[in-house]
Design a protein around this ligand. Structure first.
Ligand code: KMH
Ligand code: ZN
Length: 273
């Protein structure tokens, strides 16, 4: 089994300071959270930018500042979001790709998202995939529903994504697939041989699904974007605290934690052609 890649999803687009007082918002706060997560065992940081008042933004200047500050402080893989918030336009969502990050997210299908709709029509998926291909950016497919795997594979057939593929199985979003181990196993079984995958369990599903993924040979994403609690009713103090728990769990289950360079090798990020 490969070493474990831990991704820290530091901020997201939905969580507020009122819900989680330690949510990193400014580029400086996000970079500090990235450093703490790295020191706890994270090798990827999944980033959403915010304006200083907390409003989600896809502005490439703000992402650019975060990218610079993170790179100055630690060697983690910087993975900006092309999902943004549900109300961002396609043009806004694609802006962070202009920074040529090593990776970026790509959601391959439309689903309910709480009381909203997270829209990812075919045109958007193709445009995002084509831009990533041209710029040598590895997509992480965000899978909220089973059919999104088929949509991702269609992009591969169209020649818009190169293998090996990497998937994030996001389970437990209200309105999309539930956070059960049965669903995790079902989705993993549908992935092409040679793919890598990580799991994002939302809310109370975070830790049980992480434990399952560690045992199954997958990878794990945690952080305030997905879950703001350490345990039932107790807010987490930082993203780093959530990462540290996964590193401890991995240790107990006999799985070593990858550093960023090892994560690059596992994901094939060094194999750009
Ligand atoms: N904020 C969600 C609507 C991504 O980062 O690529 C979408 C999302 C996915 O967070
Ligand atoms: Zn995200």
């Amino acid at each position: 089994m490969s070493k474990l890649i831990i991704t820290a999803a530091l901020t997201g687009a939905e969580v507020t300071r009122a819900q989680q007082p330690n949510l990193p918002i400014t580029p400086q706060e996000i970079a500090a959270a990235a450093l703490e997560a790295y020191e706890a065992g994270a090798s990827i940081v999944h980033v959403h930018a915010r304006l200083t008042d907390g409003t989600p933004t896809q502005d490439k200047q703000v992402y650019g500042e975060i990218q610079r500050l993170v790179a100055d402080s630690c060697p983690v893989i910087f993975q900006p979001s092309t999902g943004g918030a549900v109300w961002h336009s396609a043009e806004e969502r694609l802006q962070p790709l202009e920074l040529n990050p090593e990776m970026a997210t790509l959601s391959t299908g439309t689903c309910n998202f709480g009381r909203d709709i997270f829209a990812n029509p075919q045109d958007f998926m193709e445009q995002a995939a084509r831009t990533m291909l041209e710029r040598g950016i590895k997509p992480e497919f965000e899978i909220f529903e089973a059919g999104m795997i088929d949509n991702a594979l269609r992009l591969v057939k169209q020649g818009l994504v190169r293998e090996p593929l990497h998937f994030n199985l996001v389970l437990g979003v209200p309105g999309a697939m539930a956070g059960t181990i049965r669903n995790l196993v079902f989705l993993v079984d549908a992935l092409p041989v040679g793919s890598t995958w990580t799991v994002s369990g939302i809310g109370r599903f975070e830790t049980p699904l992480a434990a399952a993924a560690i045992a199954m040979g997958g990878h794990v994403r945690v952080g305030f974007e997905d879950n703001i609690y350490y345990r039932n009713g107790e807010l987490a103090v930082s993203n780093g605290q959530l990462v540290a728990r996964i590193a401890r769990l991995a240790h107990e289950l006999g799985r070593e934690v990858a550093d960023p360079q090892e994560a690059r090798e596992i994901l094939g990020l060094d194999r750009k052609t």
